[in-house]
Design a protein around this ligand. Structure first.
Ligand SMILES: [Zn+2]
Length: 193
């Protein structure tokens, strides 16, 4: 994972992020958090710190998708994924044979996972799902663009997860046979390639 700016900027008290909340007394021995939960907490603290560092500082209720987009671009300086520019001879090569001067960025997968965690954290901290800036369509568009751009630059085909059931997509099971997800098997000729 590329995303690791937390150590520099998360020393402040995280309860300052939402001053409208009365900070509850921490339980004496909190159970250990899962990796996902502790990462989500770190992400949330990092984002809160980022908002407080804006000039002027941005309070959580005033945070919108533009702040989230700026946050994602800000994180690129901590990225470790080489994304080749169009002029680079290694553009589109998954395993370049040599070094180049193209910039390092946050990998699309890291940003995608980060947004998922922050989206959940926002609502856990009292934010409304309707106004959740992490769920805004502009964020989805941005992530899709990053995905396409990085896929081309790095020569990577991001495979779609095909775990959904009932999608109606036929699955080839045998010569000339397609099994539909609902179990119906139809005899079909393979389309000419
Ligand atoms: Zn390059």
């Amino acid at each position: 994972m590329n995303y690791s700016p937390t150590t520099q900027i998360m020393s402040e008290n995280p309860t300052q992020a939402s001053s409208s909340h009365t900070p509850a007394a921490p339980p004496p021995l909190p159970p250990p958090l899962s990796r996902y939960e502790s990462q989500k907490r770190r992400d949330w603290n990092t984002f809160g710190q980022y908002l407080r560092n804006q000039r002027p500082p941005v309070s959580l209720p005033h945070c919108n998708f533009n702040h989230v987009l700026e946050f994602l671009r800000y994180l690129d300086q901590f990225g470790k994924t080489k994304v080749h520019l169009h002029g680079c001879v290694f553009f589109g090569q998954p395993d370049p044979p040599g070094p180049c001067t193209c910039p390092l960025r946050q990998a699309w997968g890291s940003l995608d996972a980060l947004i998922g965690r922050l989206r959940a954290a926002y609502e856990e901290h009292g934010g409304s799902p309707e106004t959740n800036p992490f769920g805004n369509g502009a964020i989805r568009v941005y992530l899709r663009e990053v995905k396409e751009c990085q896929g081309k630059a790095r020569g990577i085909l991001y495979k779609k997860k095909k775990k959904k059931r009932g999608s109606g997509q036929p699955v080839r099971v045998n010569h000339g046979q397609y099994q539909h997800r609902d179990g119906v098997i139809k005899n079909q000729k393979m389309p000419a390639a």
